[in-house]
Design a binder for this molecule. Structure first.
Ligand code: GAL
Length: 682
């Protein structure tokens, strides 16, 4: 299926792409305030040389724009904007509200955020503000107003960049102002009925029953385990508060410049899950993402693909904006491994393969001072006679050569349901095993699909499943009745589904579903689990099909399903570990243990075959993704191996200009983008 095309929802993005950029956008965060004006001239010359057409400016501009309370200085930013316009480079103009200036905290000390332990966080880093502070909101909107008024009609303005990575450093604040806002949010959520809150939070346990809203607090540090539903609601509240902040800035901008798209940079990346982006996607004119590799991971490109496929899900299949990634090493990981030759290009084009119509970086020129002075950039400290700059030049040529892919959609036969709220609930204390974590099975199944050469779209529960040939449901602990019903309907209409353990266990208040696990999916899967049997740390067990497993087993009975494999040893010898239930033309598979990588790959291969999905035809380590549009089809081949590879393709490789008949050869570490002869758009 082509992502997003069967959905009856209005596309979240793409329809409001900046009209000034005819091809793919290419750029970086540009921070000229760190450099003398001479450098600016060189910057613009180099931007033109490589084809940079859109840069993010003023992302951390507040201290320059408002050096003293209510005194605004916009001259320098105006000069930068004029200079961009003169050189044909557009601005992704920051509202500048990410980090207030130092005077702000002297004047408004109660805007500083507080940790769960009651520690105030201080200025001196960045983004030290309480998301619920009315003072912060008022002052930030004041700045947005000034910036919007001043630059509304500026010829360089192409889009608005609200704040920066909202929630990156201040996702949750536990101060008294936040507590008050949390209570207001709860009163509205529970319709002023405190007993509805008591029921949802299960406060009959441990003497937690509330009789007065004033007693309700954020989940601050406590002597014992904090109520899990209270934690869950606080995370929902915290995500909603920051979304509310985004909306407030966006609405002000829309009023002044209705034709200019507004976005903010999300952080769909391995280690961050602070906000429920499923609610954010529809609010952005363009879904934009920042992605940084976990550089020590030798398979980081698979994690990159997972995140890109998740962003595309948030954008409901429409093209999205890669707002930041790095040309090489970052400065904030334990070991900041540099990118190998060609990796910059492979990373950038893999994002494009998976639906990005814009490739941007942090940042244009490497800083000499400040917290990020050891972070890579397009222009490194060593200047332009460098590997990085040569790769930037190459990328500029590539993006021009493949610009026709703009606006096309990614083909993906498989969907995977992943939910931020379920991840949150799994992170809270007191589960049966600490080894069951939010994305573990999602990554395992995704990896198996990636290696089989199958493109997967990551969707939030509630998304339309029509048209997908297979849906993967990895450890979806919290499930609403509506999601469970949608999955059943999907299988009932001929779909194939794979569910892994510890799914369907709780409802959206984290209340356990009764009658046997896996609760919401029990009937669909045709199994009945009476007890979990988590394994000891490091314990590995064998299955009768030769695979091994660890972490988790279940005392499972078949109720309509058949056993695909069973435990040979461990606590439950002879008990089914993997099951399958036929449902009309479809099937529902259940994986009750943590299969090893080989077992997962074997199982997925079997399911893909049954679901009629072509797989396993590409060489190992090669990423092959197709983007299609009206009368157009593009095959991206990203070779992550050191050897040359051959992949079936007919057409012209836009990168090299060579015609490929039947196959394309892509050199070790290289990328090919074949404009295919076959018209697959129909
Ligand atoms: C992002 C942020 C940038 C820069 C970058 C460094 O999180 O938006 O401002 O800090 O990381 O990797």
């Amino acid at each position: 299926m082509i992502d997003g095309m069967s959905s009856n929802q209005r596309p979240a993005s793409g329809s409001r792409w900046p009209r000034q950029i005819p091809g793919l956008a290419f750029g970086a965060d540009y921070n000229p305030e760190q450099w003398p004006a001479d450098t600016w001239r060189e910057d613009l010359r180099l931007m033109q040389e490589v084809g940079v057409n859109l840069v993010a400016v003023n992302v951390f501009g507040w201290a320059s724009l408002e050096p003293e309370p209510d005194r605004f200085e916009l001259d320098e930013l105006s000069r930068v904007m004029d200079m961009l316009a003169e050189h044909g480079v557009y601005a992704n103009l920051g509202t500048g509200t990410a980090s207030p200036p130092p005077w702000f905290w002297r004047r408004f000390p109660d805007t500083l955020p507080m940790t769960a332990e009651g520690t105030r966080l201080w200025p001196g880093g960045r983004q030290a503000w309480c998301p619920s502070s009315p003072t912060f909101r008022e002052r930030a909107l004041g700045l947005v107003y000034v910036v919007a008024e001043h630059f509304a009609d500026h010829p360089a303005l192409a889009m608005w960049h609200v704040s920066n990575e909202l929630g990156c450093h201040n996702a949750r604040c536990y101060c008294d102002i936040s507590a008050e806002a949390f209570r207001r949010w709860l009163r509205s959520r529970y319709d002023e009925d405190i007993d509805a809150l008591n029921a949802a939070w299960g406060t009959a346990f441990w003497s937690q029953r509330y009789t007065d809203w004033r007693d309700v607090l954020p989940p601050r540090a406590v002597p014992a385990i904090v109520n899990p539903a209270q934690q869950l609601d606080f995370r929902r509240f915290s995500s909603a508060e920051l979304l509310d902040h985004f909306r407030a800035e966006r609405d002000l901008l829309r009023k002044r410049t209705p034709g200019v798209p507004v976005t903010t940079n999300l952080m769909v990346t391995e280690h961050i899950n602070a906000l429920d982006y499923a609610a954010w996607g529809p609010e952005l004119d363009i879904v934009a993402n920042d992605h940084y590799l976990i550089a020590e991971d030798p398979d980081a490109h698979v994690e990159l693909a997972f995140c890109a496929d998740r962003v595309r899900g948030l954008a409901r299949g429409e093209p999205w904006f890669l707002m930041e990634h790095s040309t090489s090493a970052v400065n904030w990981q334990p070991r900041n491994v540099a990118k190998r030759p060609g990796e910059l290009r492979r990373n950038s084009l893999a994002h494009v393969a998976r639906g990005a119509d814009a490739v941007s970086f942090f940042q244009w020129r490497a800083s000499t001072a400040g917290a990020e002075r050891h972070h890579s950039a397009l222009i490194p400290h060593a200047g332009t006679d460098t590997k990085i700059w040569r790769e930037v030049q190459q990328l500029g040529r590539d993006l021009r050569a493949i610009q026709q892919v703009k606006g096309t959609h990614v083909e993906a036969p498989v969907a995977m349901l992943v939910d931020y709220q379920s991840q949150w609930a799994l992170e809270h204390d007191a589960h049966p095993s600490r080894d069951v974590t939010g994305l573990d099975r999602a990554h395992a199944l995704y990896r198996a699909a990636w290696h089989a050469g199958v493109t997967t779209t990551i969707l939030a529960p509630g998304a339309d499943l029509t048209g997908y040939q297979l849906v993967l449901i990895p450890t979806l602990y919290l499930v609403s009745d509506a999601t469970a019903a949608a999955v059943s309907d999907y299988v009932g209409s001929g779909g194939h589904v794979v569910v892994t353990y510890y799914s369907g266990i709780a409802d959206m208040d984290d209340r356990i579903r009764l009658g046997g696990y896996p609760g919401a999916f029990r009937d669909l899967l045709g199994v009945h689990v009476e007890e979990f049997f988590p394994l000891r740390h490091g314990e590995r067990i064998r299955l009768d099909d030769g695979s091994t497993a660890d972490v988790w087993t279940e005392l499972l009975h078949l109720r309509g399903a058949e056993a695909v494999s069973s435990y040979r040893d461990g606590p439950l010898p002879g008990v089914p570990a993997v099951t399958r239930r036929s449902v009309g033309r479809g099937a529902a598979w259940y994986v009750a243990t943590r299969l090893d990588a080989e077992g997962t790959a074997r199982l997925l291969g079997r399911v893909l075959t049954e679901a009629g999905i072509e797989h396993g035809s590409h060489p190992t380590g090669v990423e092959v993704v197709r983007r299609v549009g009206a009368g157009k089809s593009f095959l991206f081949v990203v070779n992550h191996t050191d050897s040359d590879v051959e992949v079936d393709a007919d057409g012209v490789d836009l990168v090299t200009g060579r015609t490929c008949s039947r196959t394309i050869t892509v050199v070790g570490g290289g990328v090919g983008v074949v404009q295919e002869v076959v018209d697959r758009s129909g």
